[in-house]
Design a protein around this ligand. Structure first.
Ligand SMILES: CC(=O)SCCNC(=O)CCNC(=O)[C@H](O)C(C)(C)COP(=O)(O)OP(=O)(O)OC[C@H]1O[C@@H](n2cnc3c(N)ncnc32)[C@H](O)[C@@H]1OP(=O)(O)O
Ligand SMILES: CC(C)C(=O)C(=O)O
Ligand SMILES: [Mg+2]
Length: 561
């Protein structure tokens, strides 16, 4: 590859930059440009209904400044703004913004589109970069500055006859390819022409029209500008980053450290070429640092649906915060850590989110119903246990988790992803529904503590043994002891030792079923087997678990059944 074909644009490098020592402490002023920069980059731009739907979504999310289009460019852009005004769709606390080139006929037409608005941001731009001055405009620095000044002058004059308030926004388009001192000269000329003051601020928007360098360089450019305005108080410094090098979010965050007050961007980063900066990511990055993002992004699936419908673009599965797979772990160690982290989070009960691999609580984006853990051949016991626990309510004992995960891995190696339903069916087949050679029929547990000095319980267990019905009697000091002794009371059965026992209610409430987990080891053997029993009665659940374990011993250790 002929890399010598390319060269880097040399721009300001601050030696005494201060931005690296700053932190983002509050949300900037957000301005959505979905309906303008986002829309102008679509294969099929939005029709009027889609524009209205997108506008209403942006209002719902809490945007207070929305660039609604380029009304002088086409009839549909013009009509859309007229419809918003005439149908009274703009809330009082939302200011619409309109873009226009700094050209007389376009500015005049823009003002016609604004009639009836109480307040509007009129955004004029012209390109200032060395390259565009040279190859597009063929104009000197003075001539380029004159385009900006003339445009500002015209907006100023037309504002006088306008019933509402006009806020001026000026963009030295292609700012990142412009010498900073020249960008400043043009911006100051605009500010002076407008007679800007702290009471009559101008939005100076410094776009990374094309992202040309690493984010630190953009931050240096922004800090340099912030430090060199004659009067910083008469300026709202806005940034409008694009994402050509894939660093739009990082560049914006550093620009905020460097002093920017305002950010223009789009949902999910739609926009020219590789897109504008993604405001959803920016805002949620702040949210996950405990900063109020001043946007309501909790209904992520709804936001995604409206976005996909209006733009006819897809949100990629790995899009930060919004993608289908971003709250999903397939790999074993991640699943294990998430499982333990979620448990610890609920145990702590402090409401401070700290879960490994999950920088945000999916529930905060209304995504709690999606599987966080999905099972394929990269998964381990933690993931399988998580699915059994969160989806089906079974708290598998540790040793059983490992045993069962092997059964699931055997399936995933052949079939790929294993659904929760398939996991549950396998669990039932492997541990619960085993009825051969032994099958449970009924049980009676009698309290004999008044009659016996030795035992407290007598268990009568009726089962089918290789098809023959038998009732076994056993005594013990607790139900489990009595039942185990019943099985060990006759040579027809395996003598086993109880290695592990646990139980829990499957759902809350007095008539909920119980799950019992029993691990048995045949005497004289090293291997053990788990069985699981589920029943309304905990003793029955336990006996069924024992029988399942014995059936597994026959199947896996004695190789019978
Ligand atoms: C970085 C950005 O996203 S900027 C926004 C870009 N968005 C759009 O362009 C979408 C909407 N635009 C349009 O529909 C059309 O461009 C229109 C209707 C606005 C104007 O169309 P046209 O008049 O045909 O002109 P076109 O856009 O091609 O502009 C070319 C002329 O305008 C001049 N020009 C371009 N931008 C500007 C500007 N911001 N200020 C002043 N003059 C400009 C060019 O130098 C060129 O002049 P020339 O004819 O003397 O060579
Ligand atoms: C109109 C301007 C602000 C723009 O979209 C850009 O420079 O990217
Ligand atoms: Mg842009």
């Amino acid at each position: 590859m002929n890399y010598k074909k390319y060269k880097k644009f040399e721009t300001v490098k601050l030696k005494d930059r201060t931005w690296p020592d700053h932190e983002i402490e509050k949300a900037p002023i957000w301005c959505s440009v979905d309906l303008r920069d986002g829309n102008q980059a679509l294969i099929t731009p939005m029709d009027i209904d889609e524009k209205v739907e997108m506008f209403q979504l942006l209002v719902q999310l809490g945007f207070k400044e929305i660039e609604v289009g380029f009304p002088s460019s086409s009839q549909i852009e013009y009509d859309f703004l007229r419809l918003l005004i005439e149908k009274n769709l703009i809330p009082d606390d939302v200011t619409v913004q309109v873009l226009t080139q700094a050209r007389e006929h376009l500015i005049k037409r823009t003002f016609e589109s604004l009639k009836g608005l109480k307040k509007a941001i009129v955004h004029i731009y012209n390109s200032t970069s060395i390259l565009q001055r040279d190859v597009v405009f063929h104009k000197s620095k003075e001539e380029i500055k004159k385009i900006a000044v003339d445009g500002t002058q015209l907006v100023k004059e037309l504002s006088k006859d306008f019933d509402g308030e006009v806020i001026l926004e000026y963009s030295p388009e292609s700012f990142t390819g412009t010498e900073v001192d020249y960008a400043m000269e043009v911006c100051e000329a605009v500010l002076d022409t407008w007679e800007a003051s702290p009471e009559r601020k101008v939005i100076i928007n410094l776009p990374s029209t094309v992202e040309m360098d690493t984010p630190n360089v953009y931050a240096d450019q922004i800090e340099w500008m912030c430090r060199h305005f004659k009067d910083r108080n008469r300026v709202i410094v806005s940034v409008h980053p694009h994402n050509d090098r894939g660093c739009g979010v990082a560049a914006t965050e550093l620009a905020l450290l460097a002093g920017a007050d305002r950010v223009e961007g789009t949902l999910f980063g739609n926009g020219e070429r590789t897109g504008n900066v993604d405001i959803v990511t920016l805002a949620l990055n702040m949210f996950t640092h405990g900063i109020d993002p001043k946007l309501e992004l909790g209904q992520m699936n709804q936001i995604k649906d409206v976005y996909e419908k209006c733009t006819k673009m897809d949100v990629p599965p790995r899009q930060p915060y919004a993608g289908e797979l971003v709250f999903t772990a397939f790999s074993g160690s991640h699943q294990d850590a998430i499982n333990k982290g979620m448990y610890a989070y609920h145990q702590r009960g402090e409401g401070i989110w700290e879960v490994p691999y999950l920088p945000i609580d999916p529930a905060d984006l209304n995504r709690q119903y999606e599987p966080i853990v999905r099972i394929n051949s990269q998964s381990g016991k933690g993931g399988v246990a998580y699915v059994m626990d969160t989806v089906f309510g079974y708290h598998l004992p540790k040793a059983l988790q490992g045993d069962f995960a092997k059964a699931i891995q055997n399936i995933s190696e052949i079939e790929g992803e294993v659904s929760p339903e398939r996991i549950y069916d396998t669990f039932k087949k492997e541990y619960i529904d085993l009825e051969y050679p032994y099958k449970f029929i009924k049980q009676r547990l009698i309290d004999i503590s008044d009659e016996s000095d030795e035992y407290e319980r007598r268990a009568e267990v009726t089962i089918e043994d290789h098809g023959e019905v038998k009732t076994l009697i056993g005594y013990g000091n607790g139900p489990i002891d009595a039942v185990k002794n019943a099985f060990n009371s006759t040579d027809d059965f395996l003598y086993t030792d109880l290695m592990d026992y646990s139980e829990h209610a499957l759902t809350a409430g007095s008539n909920s079923k119980a799950a019992a987990y029993v691990q048995l080891r045949p005497q004289g053997e090293e291997l053990c087997e788990y069985g699981v029993g589920v029943h309304l009665n905990i003793t029955t659940a336990t006996i069924k678990a024992m029988i399942s374990a014995m059936n597994r011993i026959y199947k896996n250790i004695k190789k019978e059944g």
